[in-house]
Design a binder for this molecule. Structure first.
Ligand code: TPP
Ligand code: MG
Length: 583
């Protein structure tokens, strides 16, 4: 007999096809209905399981891991609200093109809509946020259903990793018995090897071969013609996992002479290529100001990745007359100013590589120098500032983080401060953030999941409300055995809201937007076994951070800041940069 009952056989077939399709880690939350899936993955030799207590954090842990590695990271939950708790991570995975696979256990169809316990409508639970949904048939120890199951699992992994990558949902109904208890005659001995065990030699049931969308020669030559101009830019927004390669974009920059305007999440802001490529990173501090007003417009902008984090950059691009080419391998539209003139449906890496071989124009050196000089002035101004402010924390983290390292930034001010103050450099820093839907939820879990997916040292920079939002996620430090240095920027509320006109409307501003909470986070150290320390000076922060990154274990360094004065410093530094460049 291949399995003691049909449910166990079904669960084992799913686990086997996951592993054979390249899945190495599955995140499982406890529950009864998912028992056949859980036990099969737990017992599988080639699958590492992470046990996560709460599904909302579990979803983001898997997301962080998948975002860092580019590998599908499946999740297993029981039926009911457990599955609904994945929804925020599913949305982020959808918007951010991260390969997730949701395996939600369900009651058998006859119990749906019957008042049965823990039974909810899980049909298309995540709506259009998934790339593919399938309600699997009930387990059957028969040839065709088993072949259909194995095919569905292979398709699910392939679709999650496709172009674009994203979440896939398989709803998996089971009747009792859920445990691997023997049920006489449930699995016929005559079942073929193929249906019962899958293909020989550990091959997946369906192997997937997928090409990359690319232009034909004539289209390529035509596009190359458009790029033979004096003033162009390569604008790299947040990259789709697993990221762009710096070589191809550097090659395009060399061929065209265009500077690379690199979002911190593009994979191009940091790394060895910055020695030879004209990468600019401080633009958030000087574009769309008097500095760029006096410059001629770019003629062509090649846009890679998602829409840039920097609003000044987006506004600057929207205000130019440039021909703007959005390159998207999925042919989707990710440019919300609607000023782009062309959509180029092609794999960005390959496109840059191919274009670099057919263009030799060199562009205008004075145009390039404008950008690099402005960037240099911005960096000098920031370097001269010794005040403790939120942006300085990000500058220090980038300066002091080990090489290589992974840096996870929360939404709200941390990602914006990394954008403005994280200077271009040669260290191999992989910066990631949840910019798909820009939530402040699940950020701790995202960082811990990323840490599971890399041997790099990992730093998380997070605001106090985002930390509060996902304190549950800290349980993964112990449960998944990962280490992260957490820099908690505590300005007692949502500092970002000071940037909005609502700042002038009291009392709603403080009560409903800034929301000071006065929470003392130090006990999270004790609760989750973390080293917790607090600093309120810049030098003390640098020292604490350097110490934390060179010691074992997960540390939290709480930096106490003032949101308003931090905004004042940002403004002051910008004025200085603009003045310096006007001289
Ligand atoms: C899940 C979710 N809820 C609410 C918001 C709206 N929001 C954006 S930034 C922010 C404040 C974040 O505060 P904090 O993490 O302390 O960062 P700070 O603004 O202080 O830098 C809020 C509530 C959001 N983006 N995501
Ligand atoms: Mg805050």
């Amino acid at each position: 007999m291949t399995a003691p009952n049909r449910n166990t056989l079904w669960g084992r077939a799913i686990a086997a096809e996951l592993a054979r399709s390249g899945v190495s880690t599955v995140v499982i939350s406890p529950g009864s209905r998912s028992t056949p899936l859980t036990v099969a993955c737990d017992e599988h030799d080639d699958i590492e399981t992470i046990s996560a207590l709460d599904e909302r954090s579990a979803g983001f842990f898997a997301l962080g891991r998948a975002r860092r590695t580019g590998e599908v990271t499946p999740l297993i939950s029981t039926s009911g609200t457990a599955a609904a708790n994945y929804h925020p991570a599913v949305i982020e995975a959808s918007e951010g093109r991260v390969p997730l696979l949701l395996l939600t256990a369900d009651r058998p169809p006859e119990l749906r809509d019957s008042g049965a316990n823990q039974t909810v409508d899980q049909e298309k639970l995540y709506g259009d946020a998934v790339q593919w949904y399938k309600d699997l048939p009930e387990p059957a120890a028969e040839e065709r259903p088993l072949r259909s199951l194995r095919t569905a699992v292979c398709r699910a992994v392939g679709t999650a990793e496709g172009t674009p990558a994203g979440p896939v949902h398989l709803n998996v109904p089971f009747k009792k018995p859920l445990e691997p208890t023997a049920v006489e005659g449930d699995v016929p001995a005559a079942l073929s090897q193929l249906a019962a065990m899958g293909r020989a030699g550990d091959e997946p049931f369906v192997s997937r071969t997928a090409g990359y969308p690319q232009l034909d020669d004539q289209q390529l030559r035509q596009l190359a013609e458009e790029l033979r101009v004096d003033r162009g830019l390569i604008v790299a927004g947040p990259a789709d996992p697993p990221g762009l390669t710096a070589e191809s974009v550097t090659a395009l920059s060399h061929a065209t002479g265009f500077p690379i305007v690199a979002d911190p999440l593009s994979g191009l802001r940091f790394g060895g290529h910055t020695r030879v490529a004209p990468v600019v990173g401080g633009y958030d501090g000087y574009v769309n100001t008097a500095v760029t007003e006096s410059w001629p417009d770019p003629e062509v902008v090649v846009r890679l990745g998602a829409s840039p984090t920097s609003k000044p950059l987006r506004k600057y691009l929207a205000g130019t007359d440039a021909r703007q080419l959005v390159v998207d391998p999925a042919g989707a539209w990710r440019e919300a100013e609607f000023t782009a003139t062309d959509l180029v449906v092609a794999d960005p890496d390959r496109l840059c590589g191919q274009l670099s071989q057919v263009i030799r124009s060199g562009g205008s050196s004075s145009w390039r120098e404008r950008w690099t000089a402005a960037d240099g002035a911005h960096v000098d101004v920031v370097d001269d500032c010794e005040t403790l402010f939120e942006g300085g924390v990000l500058a220090d983290v980038v300066a002091e983080t080990p090489d290589p390292s992974t840096l996870v930034v929360s939404n709200s001010m941390p990602v914006r401060d990394l954008d403005r103050f994280g200077a271009v450099g040669t260290k191999s820093i992989t910066a990631i953030g949840n910019r798909g839907a820009s939530g402040i939820d699940g950020v701790v879990s995202t960082a811990l999941g990323a840490a599971h997916g890399t041997t790099d040292h990992v730093t998380l920079v997070i605001g106090d409300l985002a930390y509060y939002h996902d304190m549950n996620g800290l349980a993964a430090v112990g449960r998944a055995d990962v280490e992260v240095t957490i820099v908690l920027i505590n300005n007692d509320g949502g500092g970002i809201f000071h940037m909005l006109p609502i700042e002038n409307f009291e009392p709603p501003f403080t009560r409903q937007f800034k929301t000071p909470h006065g929470l003392d986070f130090e006990p999270t150290g004790k609760l989750y076994g973390l080293e917790y320390r607090r600093v309120d000076e810049r030098a003390a922060f640098r020292e604490a951070y350097s110490e934390a990154v060179s010691s074992e274990g997960t540390d939290v360094i709480e930096v106490q800041t003032d949101a308003e004065s931090s905004h004042d410093v940002r403004d002051e530094l910008q004025r200085e940069t603009v003045d310096r460049l006007a001289e």
